[in-house]
Design a protein around this ligand. Structure first.
Ligand code: UDP
Ligand code: MG
Length: 320
């Protein structure tokens, strides 16, 4: 298969999901078999401990003529964002799509995306996940605060719930790959590069096997990466909070002086003083921690370490 004639690359980031992939991959191959273009499926093994090579080999037997299956194995777990970046870098298709490998992203939506990108003058079709019914109020509040912190500029907009499930032209893929940062908050990168986009809603399917790899703490960490990489709003809020608290302290100080001098009141209020000191110390520590977050991110960036390391690669077209 010539790389020039390759129509569609599908990137699957995979971490310890061999059972789910073994169920999902045949469905995906049945879909690519119907397409009137050459396809490649890029399985990015993000340091899994289960036997993904076996899954790769067992699916080679029912590979359609128009589809190449590739497996890229990382040297360890580098995270989904690194796996997606590797997939984008290795992809050769004129159109590139990214899907979760656990079957939560419906193939019917990918088919819809292909129709939309062919029939409209757009470079991206992005799927927006309908909000989950069982999401807690706390999770919703966190999400709202996150998007509020993130929206630093009106030049580009982060669409809530538009994630990695999307179809892009090569032009957009190349634009994303030009962004050199190590801390890759992909949702922010998609928004930053821009390009005409159609958003379509979708309902995520249940996982075909296994458990989600993301918990509250890993999502919180990802949110922090997002905020520190895309917004300076928290830093600005720190200086504003400092200013407001200083003004309040000055007014209160003036009030005490007048109260003592004019009305001869005793200087009391040790509890107020103690509470005030504790409040301002706490606030200072929070602010220092926040500044530390930004400095930590700068440190990560200046080290210039590679985003991921590849251990081995397999390619069905080279095994024929
Ligand atoms: N994944 C990955 N690296 C990781 C964690 C997850 O490549 O460190 C993959 C995982 O195998 C799946 C996709 O990313 O294909 C989405 O992960 P998951 O289903 O756990 O997330 P959720 O659907 O709960 O957001
Ligand atoms: Mg999932």
């Amino acid at each position: 298969m010539e790389s020039q004639t390759l129509g569609l690359s599908i990137i699957l980031p995979i971490y310890n999901d061999a059972i789910a992939v073994n169920r999902f991959l045949p469905q995906l191959l049945a879909f690519t078999a119907q397409l009137e273009m050459n396809c490649e499926i890029l399985m990015i093994d993000d340091g899994s401990q289960d036997d993904l090579v076996k899954v790769f080999n067992s699916n080679l037997t029912n590979l359609p003529d128009n589809t190449v299956l590739r497996l890229i194995q990382f040297s360890r777990n580098f995270g989904k964002e690194a796996a997606l970046t590797a997939g984008l870098k290795e992809s050769k298709g004129a159109l590139v799509s990214m899907m979760d490998a656990d079957g939560q992203h419906p193939i019917s939506v990918l088919s819809q995306m292909l129709d939309l990108i062919k029939n409209n003058d757009v470079e991206v079709v992005a799927a927006v996940q309908n909000s989950r019914q069982n999401e807690s109020i706390i999770a919703r509040i966190f999400k709202k605060c996150f998007y509020c912190f993130m929206q630093d500029t009106h030049r580009y907009q982060l669409t809530p719930n538009a994630g990695d499930f999307r179809l892009m032209t090569k032009k957009v893929v190349e634009a994303i790959l030009q962004l050199p940062e190590r801390q890759r908050f992909m949702k922010g990168l998609y928004a930053w590069v821009g390009f005409p986009t159609i958003f379509i809603p979708f309902q995520a399917e249940p996982r075909q096997a296994g458990k989600s790899k993301f918990n509250f703490f890993s999502l919180f960490e990802l949110a922090l990466i997002g905020i520190t990489s895309f917004s300076q709003r928290p830093l600005r809020w720190i200086s504003r909070a400092g200013l407001i608290i200083s003004i309040i302290a000055m007014i209160y100080g003036l009030y005490i002086v007048i109260d003592t001098l004019c009305f001869g009141k005793d200087l009391a209020g040790w509890p107020t003083l103690a509470a005030g000191i504790m409040f301002s110390t706490g606030l200072q520590l929070v602010c220092l921690g926040l500044i530390g977050e930004y400095i930590g991110r700068i440190y990560e960036e200046v080290k210039h370490r590679p985003l991921y390391l590849i251990n081995k690669q397999w390619d069905s077209s080279k095994q024929k």
